[in-house]
Write a protein that binds this ligand. Structure first.
Ligand code: FDA
Length: 308
């Protein structure tokens, strides 16, 4: 399976296939398994439907590694529109965004100022911005920018970060974030990382996830545990129960279209659940990372393709 994982992650960087897929009807049809649609209205409609099931939402306007300032500003505009729409429609939703979508690969000050304007807007409308974590070359700069934003009193309630359990450095990062009162989403990690930086074996990633999740559960702030893994979910539930941690002290997070059964079950049991709803034309790298996580999805998609 690690070979297939690497294969799909390598494909996620293939520009020709990306161009073809994002512009073809077949590609759009296949991607609809994991993507809410191409337009803001598609995402808002899905968010409303998900909210009706008692599940909160984080909206992700897909895109990463922009190549011009104009693209970064256009990406930020979409987030500003989303924040206004969330407030106007009173959705139980926040937003997730990537710093490379805000121009981090072009210029750090550009990404910082765009991210700050979006977080400021979220603060004013009572929403929240989760800064997604990208590959390990960006971990430190992402930590730095989020800590910088969080240090501004007007922004501190409105910004949080993502930490990946597969990185060796994550325990130290989580200690630092907890000490600063910064809200964390913990995930396993979706990129291809070298063995010097990340646990290559799933069993070690899982053990790290459980250890870090327990640290977050013990901390006074509200964090998100992002996983579809029954074992991780059971471990968090047990730890919380054994340590008298209330169900509403944290939330489980899952991706749109994945493990809907588990999402429903957790809501019925009284846990907070949030679904990550991605939308937009630039779905290809996100979609390929979902196939990398579970190559069986390729078979699933093939079987269901003619039944849409
Ligand atoms: P794992 O991959 O071990 O899978 C456990 C089980 O979950 C599988 O056996 C299967 O049943 C189900 N499952 C998992 N993935 C599936 C898929 N694609 N399709 C169908 N079933 C699947 N990563 C990152 O690097 N930076 C980030 O910012 C984020 N953000 C983020 C937000 C949210 C809300 C979630 C849920 C995930 C992320 N991730 C992420 C992705 C994360 O790092 C990880 O790659 C996936 O969540 C898969 O890991 P699991 O914990 O689900 O376990």
């Amino acid at each position: 399976m690690p070979v297939l994982r690497s294969f799909f992650i390598a494909l996620s960087h293939n520009r020709a296939l990306r161009r073809f897929s994002e512009h073809s009807m077949v590609g759009k049809r296949l991607s609809s398994r994991f993507i809410a649609g191409m337009e803001i209205d598609d995402a808002l409609r899905v968010a409303e439907e998900v909210n009706k099931q008692g599940i909160s939402v984080t909206l992700d306007s897909l895109g990463e590694s922009v190549t011009s300032e104009a693209e970064a500003k256009a990406a930020a505009d979409v987030y500003h529109k989303l924040l206004d729409a969330i407030a106007a429609r009173k959705l139980n939703a926040n937003i997730s965004m990537k710093l490379t979508q805000m121009g981090l690969n072009l210029s750090r000050p550009l990404a910082e100022s765009i991210a700050e304007s979006v977080v400021q807007h979220a603060g004013k409308t009572g929403s929240f911005v989760r800064i997604d974590m990208e590959d390990s070359s960006l971990t430190q700069v992402t930590m730095d920018i989020v800590e910088q934003l969080h240090a501004k009193p007007a922004l501190r309630e409105a910004v949080g970060i993502v930490i990946q359990a597969y990185l060796f450095r994550s325990q130290k990062d989580i200690e630092e974030l907890i000490a600063n009162g910064i809200r964390v989403r913990l995930c396993k990690g979706a990129y291809q990382e070298p063995a010097e930086l990340a646990f290559p074996r799933k069993a070690d990633v899982d053990a790290s996830y459980i250890k870090l999740a327990n640290m977050l559960l013990d901390s006074p702030d509200y964090h998100g545990l992002a996983t579809h893994d029954d074992t991780m979910v059971a471990a968090a539930k047990n730890y919380a129960k054994e340590h008298g941690i209330e169900r509403h002290h944290f939330e489980f997070q899952m991706l749109y279209g994945i493990r809907r059964d588990l999402q429903r079950k957790l809501v019925e049991e009284g846990y907070n659940v949030r679904v990550y709803v991605p939308f937009g034309n630039e779905w290809y790298p996100y979609f390929m990372r979902r196939l990398a996580e579970r190559p069986a999805n390729v078979l699933f998609l093939a079987k269901n393709f003619f039944r849409f």
